[in-house]
Design a protein around this ligand. Structure first.
Ligand SMILES: [Zn+2]
Length: 282
């Protein structure tokens, strides 16, 4: 099962950096979302792949034509929060307000029910598992935010498997489609999206995807935008992660979509026998 997803945000929505954190800072940058979306639609048209788009509420509100294009082309849309803040820096009340707003914006403009969620930076961790409660209360039934291994900003190790399962928390349940990874020299790498997809040679990505029964991708419009300006004064590690391999990434994406069959979360959801699915209590 290979699932194709995109997190729909601007080239300047870079986490872990003070000059790209709030809407005030975002105002100083020019938008590149339309040309970047065209590039994504083009490769999807060409390969016939299905995809789920996790859209930032801030984008949906500012550029309703972007979300309308996604829905009119028959793709599935979910939420990627309203303001792209890391969840472990929020409390349940603040997070709930942000998600409620993002869902309302998405549903008002798309005319469709939002049921899928992805956190910025996979920021659902053991210490903020209340996220699940907030999501279910707001009508979200599918999450795709768990990184099921340790990583620099936490991860969710107790999930213990990179396959879909039902997450059970405090009397509620929701469907989880975690991020997939492979171990390289004993360290887990989420090679199927973002900076890692751009960094690793395509032959490695192809090899790892081939031997994996479940691949969850997580691309961004900026991953394929070779013309984007470089944000000044980023910390070195963030700069590396943000700009490595962009020039060759679109070609790699095309090869990836040609070499493997991809579906969206809705398609994957229908393939799973949830009655007998594994239940992971967190
Ligand atoms: Zn994001």
């Amino acid at each position: 099962m290979n699932i194709l997803t995109f997190d729909i945000e601007e080239w300047f929505h870079i986490l872990d950096n003070d000059s790209t954190k709030t809407a005030n800072e975002w105002r100083q940058y020019d938008s590149r979302i339309h040309s970047n979306m065209e590039r994504i639609f083009e490769v999807l048209d060409e390969t016939g792949a299905r995809a789920t788009f996790f859209c930032l509420g801030w984008i949906v509100e500012k550029y309703p034509d972007v979300i309308k294009a996604i829905v009119n082309k028959g793709y599935e849309a979910g939420t990627h929060t309203d303001m792209h803040q890391l969840i472990y820096e929020q409390n349940p009340r603040v997070f709930s307000r942000d998600i409620e707003r993002s869902i309302k914006t998405l549903e008002d403009i798309s005319g469709k029910k939002a049921r899928c969620f992805r956190a910025p930076g996979f920021s659902v961790r053991e210490d903020n598992r209340w996220v699940f409660d907030v999501l279910v209360n707001l009508g979200i039934s599918i999450d795709s935010s768990i990184f099921p291994a340790p990583r620099s900003h936490g991860g969710f190790s107790s999930y213990k498997a990179d396959v879909p399962a039902l997450v059970q928390y405090d009397g509620i349940r929701l469907k989880e489609f975690p991020i997939s990874y492979t171990n390289v020299f004993g360290k887990p790498f989420a090679y199927s999206g973002g900076g890692y997809f751009r960094f690793f040679p395509y032959c490695c990505v192809k090899h790892w995807a081939k031997k994996s029964p479940y691949v969850m991708t997580y691309f961004h419009p900026r991953d394929f935008d070779a013309g984007q300006p470089v944000i000044k004064n980023l910390p070195l590690s963030r700069k590396f992660k943000s700009y490595i391999g962009i020039s060759g990434a679109y070609k790699k994406l095309k090869a990836f979509l040609n070499d493997f069959e991809f579906t969206d979360i809705d398609g994957a959801d229908k393939l799973i026998d949830w009655e007998n699915a594994r239940v992971i209590t967190v």
